[in-house]
Ligand binder design. Structure first.
Ligand code: ADP
Ligand code: MG
Length: 324
């Protein structure tokens, strides 16, 4: 394109809140054939809210009786404990108190709204992409996904049915496990769920992209069932979902699209997304994205509107003209 055409495109972009990092970016965008959306904060508002607190009873198999006896008699903290919902929330929110993860913030706020008093954990460990482990009073509390519990040798089965029900509603279910002091194993004691709202224009953005012949994908660290429920809501083919992708692996997933000979655009908002934005043919930081994401991106969308992805492509194609 001529310098003049580039300038027109850049100007129209700026008027629409679409900032291209240079003329070469403006020209690259039109060749995009695949758009990969991050889920949380990109297709959804990223405003998590605690919606469900479900205590689950003692283990169903009864196959580990000696662990129960080992955890010394008399006290509540034996391996077959069952908690009420308020106590479940108190333990989980106390464990999450020092985490900055949006899921954690929603749990802590949810506890505060329900007037549950939290305690300061004696130790706290963040397990990226999985959850947290913390020492709360006399026990270790784990809050996170299936993998977090499985890695600690804790059976999620007693909570699986509840979690699956919540996940099919598009919610993020988090398992809570308790390992009493002195016990050699722990058990799942409940499930919490956070809900997020899909942005009003996500569906329109996906539809318009698909009409253009663009392949649309969703990528997330969240579990498969939740991701598919959100994909269905916004009109993304459930087969086009990459779920349970660890923070460090998003970039590899994008690089795979490139190796398939695609020109992939990655759209994301979070610190997690920065390497993937950098790896993509075109990286797009959306809305109130973090500075790190904006830094790594080729295009920044000033508004929080997924339809601006379509505008960016139209501007690059020269098919979006000046608006008044
Ligand atoms: P996302 O891309 O959804 O933000 P992350 O990679 O940060 O995901 O985390 C992946 C999954 O790990 C989450 O969906 C959740 O199940 C679990 N997880 C991560 N951090 C926490 C936390 N602080 N509390 C509970 N669960 C967590
Ligand atoms: Mg995000």
């Amino acid at each position: 394109a001529t310098p003049a055409a580039t300038m027109v495109g850049t100007t129209i972009g700026a008027q629409n809140g679409v900032l291209f990092k240079g003329g070469d970016v403006l020209e690259r965008v039109r060749d995009v054939d695949t758009v990969v959306f991050d889920k949380t904060g990109t297709l959804t508002k990223g405003e998590m809210e605690l919606t469900d607190v479900v205590a689950v009873g003692a283990r169903s198999d009864g196959g580990d009786a000696d662990a129960a006896t080992a955890a010394d008699g008399g006290q509540l903290e034996h391996a077959d404990e069952s908690l009420d919902d308020a106590e479940l929330l108190r333990l989980a929110a106390s464990a999450e108190r020092d985490s900055e993860h949006p899921l954690a913030r929603a749990i802590v706020e949810g506890a505060e709204e329900r007037s549950v008093d939290l305690v300061s954990p004696d130790s706290f460990e963040n397990v990226p992409g999985h959850g947290v482990r913390a020492t709360v009073e006399d026990r270790e509390v784990l809050v996170g996904n299936r993998k977090l519990l499985a890695d600690a040798g804790i059976d999620v089965a007693p909570a699986e049915e509840t979690a699956e029900r919540l996940e099919s509603e598009g919610k993020t279910a988090m398992f809570v496990a308790s390992v009493p002091a002195g016990a050699n194993d722990g058990q799942v004691v409940g499930v919490l769920a956070n809900a997020d709202t899909v942005k009003e224009t996500s569906k329109e953005a996906v539809r318009t992209l698909r009409e253009r012949g663009t392949d649309v994908w969703l990528i997330t660290g969240d579990n498969e069932r939740t991701a598919r429920a959100v994909a269905e809501t916004v009109g993304i083919d459930p087969e086009h979902v990459h779920a349970e992708v660890l923070p460090g692996d998003k970039a590899d997933a994008i690089t795979e699209f490139q190796s398939d000979g695609r020109e992939a655009m990655m759209v994301g908002d979070g610190v997690n997304d920065a390497p993937a934005l950098a790896a993509a043919y075109v990286g797009v930081a959306i809305g109130s994205g973090t500075d790190v994401a904006i830094e790594a991106a080729d295009v920044t969308l000033m508004r929080d509107d997924p339809v601006d992805v379509v505008r960016a492509i139209r501007i690059s194609e020269g098919t979006l003209s000046k608006i008044k």
